[in-house]
Ligand binder design. Sequence first.
Ligand SMILES: [Zn+2]
Length: 289
Amino acid sequence: MASMRRSGLTPFVYKAELPNDPRAADEMALVLHDVSPATWAPCERLLQLIQELDARAPVTLLVVPRLHHRPDFERDRKFRAAIDARLARGDEIALHGYTHLDEGPVPASTAEWFARRVLTDREGEFSTLTSAESRARIERGLALFRACSWRPAGFVPPAWQIGAQALDAVRQFRDVLEYTSTLCCIHSLPLDRSFSVPCLGYSARSALRRALSRRWTRLQAARLRKRAWLRIALHPLDAQHESTLAGWRDLLAGLLEERRAVRKSALLHSVVRGARQSRPTMPRREPVS
Ligand SMILES: [Zn+2]
């Protein structure tokens, strides 16, 4: 824990509350990461899979304005129409960084190197940004959303990594954004409170990671069965491997039988209600994905 604290990443993790709802809400947020014109084809495949399992399940779409410095989506009519259609059916969107690229200085410690080069491969854009640069990127992203008449519910840092200065910047948007999150927590910006809500996902970067994470995710899903709230993280890369798609189909089919899919903002509202009798967790390190 101490080494992670030195790295300055995800500072609010250390005071996350563990919401404890005896009524067991049995809700989950289906969250699709890295949505952009360049990734729309695999995103559609994952959305189709969800639709086949539950035609009414809402999805939270994490949209990247300029994924890896590609042109933004403002003039991409097809993409805009696709997102408009998703919003009309009840989906939610959130701002997901700006370029999704970590172009910050070389990691200063082993822990930071592990977080920025192993847990993710240079995708943690907001890991080391200053407060001013973070604010500027969020403002540019929000301006693009406004140009499309889209109202994002939250901001999710790429690779779930956010440094202390970037988090300070995100907090300044509490009037327009409801939440930010990491792999283990959702942080309510208006309340300035963090809640531990587990997240299931696959790592699809290599055959070994895919095989291990399918097994790990299945075990985690069984272990977390009694948790009232769950987040599901899908990535476009998942759609490019039949084994991962099949894994999602099995996992989601089981989860959707037991849980109601809700938008991430609705999940947070439910968590906040359930957290009235919450207790603080012990300080914890970001889980390894
Ligand atoms: Zn991402």
